[in-house]
Design a protein. Structure first.
Length: 360
């Protein structure tokens, strides 16, 4: 009996080694059903090829197809992707993040402007207010802790002058703007409206390509205001336009909504119209530095006049108007003293100076 049990176990081990992990009794029964010999191993079923489901391409909106340009050529790597295939197709690569903060003492209008800019940048991170006496280079450390590559720093002076620092952290460059003609969304109350977090179409004036410093400004503004593709807070379509126009050595910023009539095709950009949303503001570049919040000066605007100089000129003009009135009064008094009129001989003729009665 022991020899029979050992033979059965040895036969079971041989069948298991051949690749059949089924019990011997179950294998014999299935072999009989398939018409095979008694005790033979079942046919080995070929393994089916494993198919990996491919990730479908993200569906783009109505204007993304019409305004994004022609489709890429077959075999050519798409912009923002690695050609040699180290990353998967459609992998998120653009890690641009913007740190937005302001100084203490910011006014309500400038604070609302900062909130409007934050609503246009879903890939931004807001930081608490910074002391006015602190070193601005500390912002680079805050940006490093927040994993941000760009900084928008709203600096308010004398509770009336707003300066915007646009910096690439931590190596630079950095641009200092004077912000004027500020109109927030709540202030203008325009009829335009677009979805929060959608991707904008950036429109730059042709004048940006004429000079080196304007080309640098265009590139920095593009990196900050262009929402990264496939960001978890960004909608994958376009429904508004951010316009940057260069006039009088200033950058005029406007935000418009793309509107299509209900009876028109949304894929045709010729049917679209622009309705302003807001905010409105003007950027006057002052200086461009090599580093982040410092370094060598790459560009200086010779036509820039500080707000303090403008206010001082207005005060001098008002003071000169008053001083001019004082000078004219002194000249009139001196002229009267030097050119006095002679005494009229007929003066006092009918006033009774001789002491007689006028009625007699």
């Amino acid at each position: 009996m022991a020899i029979g049990r050992d033979a059965a176990k040895r036969k079971q081990r041989e069948e298991t080694a051949d690749g059949d992990a089924r019990p011997p009794k179950l294998a014999r029964n299935q072999a009989k059903k398939l018409g095979k010999k008694k005790g033979g191993a079942a046919a080995v079923v070929a393994k089916a090829p494993i198919t990996v489901p491919t990730r479908p391409a993200p569906r783009q909106g109505a204007f993304s197809t019409a305004l994004a340009g022609a489709a890429p050529v077959d075999g050519a790597p798409e912009a923002g992707k690695v050609a040699f295939g180290t990353q998967g197709a459609g992998a998120f690569k653009n890690k641009e993040k913007v740190l937005v903060l302001s100084t203490r003492g910011v006014t309500f209008r400038y604070r609302h402007l900062m909130e409007d800019v934050l609503s246009l940048l879903p890939h931004s991170k807001k930081e608490s207010k910074m002391d006015t006496k602190s070193d601005r280079r500390v912002i680079n450390e805050v940006a490093d802790l927040k994993n941000c590559t760009s900084v928008l720093f709203f600096e308010v002076r004398k509770k009336q002058d707003l300066y915007l620092w646009l910096a690439k952290s931590p190596d630079g460059p950095c641009v200092k703007f004077h912000v004027a003609n500020v109109h927030t969304m709540a202030e203008v109350k325009l009829s335009g409206n677009h979805l929060k977090g959608s991707r904008p179409v950036l429109s730059f004036d042709a004048s940006f390509d004429l000079q080196p410093h304007t080309q640098l400004l265009k590139e920095m503004l593009t990196q900050v205001f262009a929402n990264p593709k496939r960001h978890h807070k960004v909608k994958p379509f376009f429904d508004h336009v951010v316009s940057f126009t260069l006039a009088d050595d200033r950058i005029w910023v406007r935000n418009y909504q793309l509107v299509v009539p209900p009876d028109k095709k949304r894929v045709d950009p010729e049917n679209a119209s622009l309705v302003e949303v807001g905010p409105r503001f003007c950027l006057n570049p002052i200086k461009i530095f090599n580093g982040s919040f410092g370094g060598a000066t790459l560009y200086s605007n010779a036509n820039y006049t500080s707000p303090n100089a403008v206010r001082a000129a207005l005060k001098r003009k008002a003071a000169s108007k008053y001083s001019g009135k004082v000078v004219q009064r002194d000249r009139r008094t001196e002229h009267k003293a030097q050119n006095s009129l002679p005494r009229n001989p007929m003066e006092g003729l009918f006033q009774g100076n001789d002491g007689g009665d006028e009625d007699s």
